[in-house]
Design a protein around this ligand. Structure first.
Ligand SMILES: Nc1ncnc2c1ncn2[C@@H]1O[C@H](COP(=O)(O)OP(=O)(O)OP(=O)(O)O)[C@@H](O)[C@H]1O
Ligand SMILES: [Mg+2]
Length: 318
């Protein structure tokens, strides 16, 4: 069953500027979708329209069969939203904030108490439940923010940059919680992130937004298959000059088995149809170079390769 269906969604600010333009995509129940794109691409604007926090200029949003325009109240009862800016009351305690969010969602009494307790345990916030929010660390605030969005046991969870500013350990823990919610409760999750590793680890599907328009979307596995080539990544020492990269680039592009070479700072990324069988040829070629190579490795295309390829930021001038 489709959990989310978005059709030609558009947001116009002022007379001419479209922050989101004709975005269409869908998410099946139980899937996790990553919405990627550079700063200002329109990700938060899209989220705000989908969660009815911002008026839709044109287009449609359907959540679990309910049209957002016609059944706004029902849709709101199905979703949880953790926004990019922290929306907590800094002067009140963790517990107070949790209870307040529960009341907003019409959950009261024993049910509220149990739910709040469960979430504070899950996010390891129980020990600080009486602390004022303004005294929490950034990571704790982020976890609390996500916990508040889960009080009403949403079927669909929107997370706008859930791990921004978290240390590596907290980020990995949060990934664990997200996976747990998804697996145990079949929760459909849509998140934005600038960490491609995060999208690769958690998500089934990808939507890439740029200047308000979707430039690529699909299942991550399918997108990887589209990049049929293996990649041989050659890293030069950071002390090597422009000339070394240019020399290597011209040598590699002349090899008959090489499909494409891209330059990314001190790295050359060589696309070949079978990386393992050509690595020795590459080593033979580089053996006589007088430049300092730090590493050479063969990899399959990663999500980063896919993202950079489609956003056009891949080939940066060296
Ligand atoms: N209320 C508003 N009025 C006018 N323009 C706005 C408004 N809100 C956002 N914008 C503009 O819309 C564009 C998209 O902003 P948005 O916040 O959706 O980007 P984003 O993809 O979430 O970026 P980031 O990765 O930085 O969070 C930006 O150019 C932004 O300046
Ligand atoms: Mg944003």
């Amino acid at each position: 069953m489709l959990a989310i269906e978005v059709e030609n969604l558009t947001k116009q600010y002022g007379k001419h500027f479209k922050a989101v333009e004709k975005a269409s995509f869908s998410v099946e129940t139980g899937e996790i979708l990553a919405l990627l794109g550079p700063n200002g691409a329109g990700k938060t604007t899209l989220f705000k329209m989908m969660t009815s926090l911002s008026k839709i200029t044109a287009g449609k949003v359907n959540i679990m069969g309910y049209d957002l325009h016609k059944d706004e109240y029902k849709v709101k009862s199905l979703i949880g939203y953790s926004c990019q800016e922290i929306g907590l009351d800094p002067e009140s305690s963790v517990l107070f904030n949790m209870r307040l969010f529960g009341k907003y969602q019409h959950i009261y009494g024993d049910k509220l108490k149990k739910r709040v307790d469960f979430l504070l345990q899950l996010f390891e916030l129980k020990e600080v439940e009486n602390r004022k929010v303004k005294l929490l660390s950034g990571g704790m605030k982020k976890k609390l923010e996500i916990a508040t969005s889960l009080i009403a046991e949403p079927k669909i969870l929107f997370l706008d940059e859930p791990t921004l500013g978290l240390d590596i350990e907290s980020r990995k823990k949060l990934w664990g919680y997200i996976q747990q919610l998804n697996e145990e409760q079949e929760m459909t999750i849509i998140l934005t992130t600038h960490y491609l590793e995060e999208a690769e680890k958690l998500c089934d599907k990808l939507v890439i937004l740029e200047s308000g328009k979707i430039i690529k979307q699909g299942y991550i596995n399918d997108l990887k298959e589209e990049v049929a080539n293996d990649l041989i990544k050659i890293n030069f020492s950071k002390y090597e000059e422009h000339e070394a990269i240019e020399y290597a680039y011209s040598k590699l592009t002349n090899l008959s088995f090489v499909n494409e070479v891209k330059k990314v700072k001190q790295e050359l990324i060589v696309s070949v149809s079978n990386g393992r069988s050509y690595i020795t040829d590459i080593l033979d070629e580089t053996k006589n170079w007088k430049y300092n190579i730090k590493s050479i490795m063969v990899t399959e295309a990663s999500l980063e390769d896919i993202y950079l390829e489609h956003t056009g930021n891949y080939i940066r001038e060296v």
